[in-house]
Write a protein that binds this ligand. Sequence first.
Ligand code: C5P
Length: 246
Amino acid sequence: MSNTSSIALNDPKIIVALDYATAPPAHEIAARLDPALCRVKVGKELFTAAGPVLVESLVARGFGVFLDLKFHDIPNTVASACKAAAKLGVWMMNVHASGGSGMLRAAREAVAGESQQPKLIAVTVLTSLAQSDLTDIGMQGDPATVVLRLARLAQGAGLDGVVCSAQEARALRAACGAAFNLVTPGIRLADTSATPAGDDQKRVMTPRAALDAGADYLVIGRPITQSADPIAALQRIQREIAAGTT
Ligand code: C5P
């Protein structure tokens, strides 16, 4: 078995973001992807359009599904939503760390009571927020400080990890230890011919560099989904990771 496939089969590091407006293209690409090589992410757009049925069908195909709904509400409501998500059989789900420790603990307890327990991770600071936005909403400190504070809050409440930029991964790994999961979007290949047209990601890192910085899982959307051959794009990323190309 090659190094590439053994890495993937144990614990696929790549999470393909299924950012589609309707179910058919999500089903279409899922039929072409191999659950042994990648996981998939369903976010608010696709979930709102296609619902739990789509999630269940991805789970039935054998995919580890990251349900990216970023719950943020009163503890009871978030706990109930987390229970409902766990019952769909998802592999990972998330909540906002800024919901506070009561909400985070309620989410943790709700998931712990389910027979299939997804990984429960937190969003710290949305990367769309700048320093001035944090000040506007009354958050003290620069974004890096707030990210660290919220990551520690999530860890203290028993969550399994956070979504973060690959640029933050090294500091979070040092602060939160080896077992804390770091899930990083904003990944682009060293081979820039795979960069999607009109790309809006600014602070990007290659897959290998993100893993070297401490990321556990890489969320990758358009470099795979907009490729003419998504399987070939995924395999190219696997090769890039195995070869250590940064
Ligand atoms: O197509 P691309 O690789 O940029 O997709 C990245 C995915 O990660 C998208 O689903 C996007 O919403 C998500 N994401 C992100 N940046 C964050 C958090 C999530 O790009 N800070």
